[in-house]
Each structure stands twice: as structure tokens, then as C-alpha cells.
Design a protein around this ligand. Structure first.
Ligand code: CA
Length: 226
């Protein structure tokens, strides 16, 4: 389990690191909001512990920015004592829980474990359904009706992106930005190629047309029950 701690008070950060490492967590520490954002977007964490008053980007802003980037790692926000307003605001910006300073490590570890339990049960039960097409990201499974469909990791990612917004027109560049590395500088027509692969797996064998091409705009996934 990997935890990112964003906290500018070096003593607190070091103590939190020791406490969490003693519990078996792998811990990265960022001392500024800017470093925290960089680490959170470069690596995958299971939990982020986020202080509010930080140099660079403050905790509220950082939390909101990560959510905007589509990073849904559970966030435990550290608030000042008597911070009722802080707490309301923390939850408002997309934090999952908050903990008042000063806190004990026993409570910190308990809160982190609770967040981990919550997120893993939410993740494993998450499925997308469009018509009789079903996608189960945690198990990496795709099916149409009672037929299992084998997809590569990239095909799966493209389909998952479309299934998150069924019925909406999704631009090719949107798919490219989200499914391929943001530094991808190859031919954007790679998206068309993958849409072709997907059609051959999820549509053609079932005589369906669930991935529509919207000329000049992108693609739309629609329920097609045949
Ligand atoms: Ca601080």
C-alpha cells in the first residue's frame, strides 16, 4: 500500500512517515502543494494524506485539481483544530475524510485503513453496462449477454472510456488524451484503429452496431440489443 503525504511541517511529515512505515505502508512525502501534485499525477497511490495550509498550491485547491484530472485516489485531509469550516470545505472539494490536528497515529492509521477498505469495495463492484454489453474494470472482464469477450489492455481502456459516457459523442482526441500517454506524439489515427479492433470483438460477432461514428466529431456508444 502506497501513501502520499503532502505536509509542509517537516517534523509532522517525518513522524507521519515513520508511523505509516511501521504499519507496513510505503510512504512518499511532498513538502509543497506543487510537489504533491506532481507526485500524485506521476505515481499511483492508494491514499493521499493532505494538509490544508501548504506552500504552492493549498490542500483545498490541490484536492479539487486532482479530482478534475480524474484522479480519484481517496484523500484524507488534515484540518486545523476547531476547523468546522475547514471540514465542510474539505468534503466539498472532493476529500473523502478529514482528520483534525493534532492527531494520534493510531487514529491516522485507522482512518487510512477505513478509506482503503471503502475504495477497494467500491472498485471491485464497479461495472459499466450499455445494453447487454458489460464491463467489469477491477476483474478486467467484458461480456455481451452471456458471451465473454477477450480484450487487450488498450482495447479495454478505450471501451471503458466510451462506456463511462454512453450516448455522448466522444472526440477522438479526448480518447487519445485519456487512454494513451499524454506525451503520445504518434499518429492520432491510432484511435480509429482501436475502434476497429473493438468493433470486431464487441459488435461484428453479435451483429450489433453499438459504436457509432459521428462524422467530424467522434464516436458514440449506444445500447444495441440486436
Ligand atoms: Ca501546513
Amino acid at each position: 500500500m502506497r501513501v502520499l503525504v503532502v505536509e509542509d511541517e517537516k517534523k509532522v511529515a517525518a513522524a507521519v512517515r515513520r508511523g505509516l512505515e511501521a504499519e507496513g505502508f510505503t510512504v512518499d512525502v511532498a513538502l509543497t502543494g506543487t510537489d504533491g501534485k506532481w507526485l500524485a499525477t506521476e505515481n499511483e497511490y492508494d491514499v493521499i494524506v493532505l494538509d490544508i495550509m501548504l506552500p504552492g498550491i493549498n490542500g483545498f485547491k490541490l484536492c479539487a485539481q486532482l479530482r478534475e484530472l480524474g484522479i480519484w485516489t481517496p484523500i484524507l485531509m488534515l484540518t486545523a483544530k476547531d476547523g468546522d469550516l475547514d471540514e465542510a470545505e474539505a468534503l466539498d472539494t472532493g476529500a473523502d475524510d478529514f482528520l483534525r490536528k493534532p492527531f494520534s497515529y493510531v487514529v491516522l492509521v485507522a482512518r487510512i485503513r477505513a478509506l482503503l477498505r471503502r475504495s477497494s469495495s467500491a472498485e471491485t463492484s464497479l461495472t459499466y453496462e450499455v445494453g447487454d454489453l458489460v464491463l467489469h474494470p477491477a476483474r478486467h472482464r467484458c461480456s455481451r449477454g452471456d458471451q465473454e469477450i477477450k480484450l487487450t489492455a488498450r482495447e479495454f481502456a478505450v471501451l471503458e472510456f466510451l462506456m463511462r459516457r454512453p450516448g455522448e459523442v466522444i472526440a477522438k482526441l479526448d480518447i487519445l488524451d485519456n487512454v494513451w500517454d499524454f506525451a503520445f506524439d504518434g499518429n492520432p489515427n491510432i484511435v480509429e484503429v482501436y475502434i476497429g479492433y473493438l468493433r470486431r470483438k464487441i459488435d461484428d460477432p453479435f451483429e450489433r452496431k453499438s459504436i457509432e461514428t459521428v462524422r467530424g466529431a467522434g464516436y458514440r456508444l449506444v445500447p444495441d440489443r440486436g
